[in-house]
Design a protein around this ligand. Sequence first.
Ligand SMILES: Cc1ncc(COP(=O)(O)O)c(C=O)c1O
Length: 395
Amino acid sequence: MIQDLQWPLMANNINRADLDAVISHLRQDDPRLTHGTNVADFEREWSEWLGVRHSVMVNSGSSANLLSLTALRELHGPGEVIVPPLTWVSDIAAVLQCGFTPVFVDISPRSLGMDTDQVLKKLTAETRAVFLTHILGYNALEQRLLDELSARNIPLIEDACESHGATFRSGKVGSFGWQSNFSFYYAHHLSTIEGGMISTNDANLYQVLRMLRSHGMVRESSDESLRQTYRDRYPDLNPNFIFSFPAYNMRSTEIAGIIGRSQLPRLNANNAIRTRNLQLFLVNLDPAKYQTEFAVAGSSNYALTLVLRHADHELWTRVEEALLKHGVEFRRGLSGGGNQLRQPYLRRLFGDEFTKYPCVEHVHFHSAYIGNYPALPSEKILKLCGILNVLPAGK
Ligand SMILES: Cc1ncc(COP(=O)(O)O)c(C=O)c1O
């Protein structure tokens, strides 16, 4: 093994300044460690950065998914939710756990997000939401999708866990949906160790999310008139313990809030470097062997996307061997390991439905993502392109 590139999926995402911010908090006498003012400040700063009114911090992106689907069920009732088979497991798990029927739609090869024409074809009177995922920093929104959903009053939920800072037109992805989910897992653009956020412009939903995050407890609402309504309606209950929904504890720690606040000021600059890295990678790949035409406008990627031009199993085997040999960490299948419908938890329910999504099938077998972080040297990117370009195609 040469292992010469020494290229992990992520490096130095939580830096010395972030750790020092935590240490200075811990040096106080009796510092608060459960969610407090730092989490509240991070929520406000995140909302300002994103361009929305409200955000609710939770302990992971998967919690954000489950909470947003729980809110959908509480406010809109049961029915169908349109989702891609290329996404993270917790997107589809949340749909199932909240009692919705998932309706699957294939991806567009350029954006890797759901194909808009196919989404529009699958909208019915039973559709309770379109739950799209912006894959690995590529925007998946189109204006005609937004127009049709708003004309039909169908909520959009954006999973922007992998796409902090990506834009559509003049707004950041995650600012268009009824609610939008973010993950602050270590490998992502901004990391609070573990963590997540749900953002929205809907004041009523914001109060529901605040309660759902903390056991469904009414006192977690920041709206005094709402709290008063519950106290008046349930005079037999201790006002501190009124539970409006069967819910969860998905609160963050204060430590995660401190790290998030420390990281946010450098997020845009880091993303600009990541965007340059991706461009360098794509323009130097051989387009005869690798897909190079992604929806890069407004993209913000923490991973370089490597997708074969053709379904060439021999070439893919050589790609994996080369990545391993040169010490380049990768994840086959892009987001979530490829076609979720091939996973045991969905095969049990949907049998061989996975065969019906050819674009997802292609990336399942012939693609991978590779780490893209600010400290990644350009020379490594160029060297990797050289290694990949000389690999012979299969016969
Ligand atoms: C698209 C997407 N959604 C949700 C999640 C879940 O986030 P977390 O790992 O913070 O639970 C991930 C995880 O990486 C993801 O890639």
